[in-house]
Design a protein around this ligand. Structure first.
Ligand SMILES: Nc1ncnc2c1ncn2[C@@H]1O[C@H](COP(=O)(O)OP(=O)(O)OP(=O)(O)O)[C@@H](O)[C@H]1O
Ligand SMILES: [Mg+2]
Length: 147
């Protein structure tokens, strides 16, 4: 009985779960991200390398950090995220693994770039490989969820 009620409830709220609310935190994040994206794109066009920048999304559990990034990546008009016709991946997104050691994070990053390691490597080699793959995919942003 309870299962049936739960399932009917789930069916009714399923369309609501698809709604993403662009609240003020989201709009701020989108604006800051777009500024960084435009700045980095113009630096690349000019052949300039400046210090790396990051955006930290900080909030309690369930406040919408993961949803905000997912929505923005799926809807940002200026982003290329790979596909059959291109190697380009402006953003690579991954969940931080446990344990979050330098080596394991590097290995997971490499895997997210489509290059799972088959042999034991040192941290230094792994991160060198990460840099090479980021360059090959023209990746501008790495997204680490659950830092
Ligand atoms: N802007 C939003 N509009 C609609 N639903 C939202 C929004 N932000 C979050 N939610 C909903 O709230 C729930 C929790 O969001 P989410 O998983 O993104 O939170 P989180 O901050 O990443 O949490 P955690 O720190 O536990 O990973 C999800 O079911 C998500 O669909
Ligand atoms: Mg999350």
């Amino acid at each position: 009985m309870l299962d049936q009620t739960t399932s009917r409830f789930e069916v009714r709220i399923a369309p609501l779960r698809k709604i993403f609310l662009k609240n003020s935190a989201y709009r701020h994040f989108e604006q800051v991200f777009t500024e960084l994206l435009e700045r980095r794109s113009s630096e690349i066009a000019d052949g300039v390398t400046r210090e790396a920048r990051c955006i930290a999304l900080i909030g309690g559990s369930g406040s919408g950090k993961t949803s905000a990034v997912r929505y923005m990546l799926a809807h940002h008009s200026q982003l290329v995220l790979g596909g059959p016709e291109t190697e380009r991946r402006d953003v690579v997104s991954l969940a931080v693994p446990t344990p979050a050691t330098l080596k394991f994070v590097g290995q997971t990053t490499l895997s997210a770039l489509g290059f799972p390691l088959r042999r034991e490597r040192t941290s230094q080699t792994i991160w060198d490989m990460v840099k090479d793959h980021l360059q090959a995919h023209q990746t501008m942003f790495l997204h680490y969820d659950e830092a």
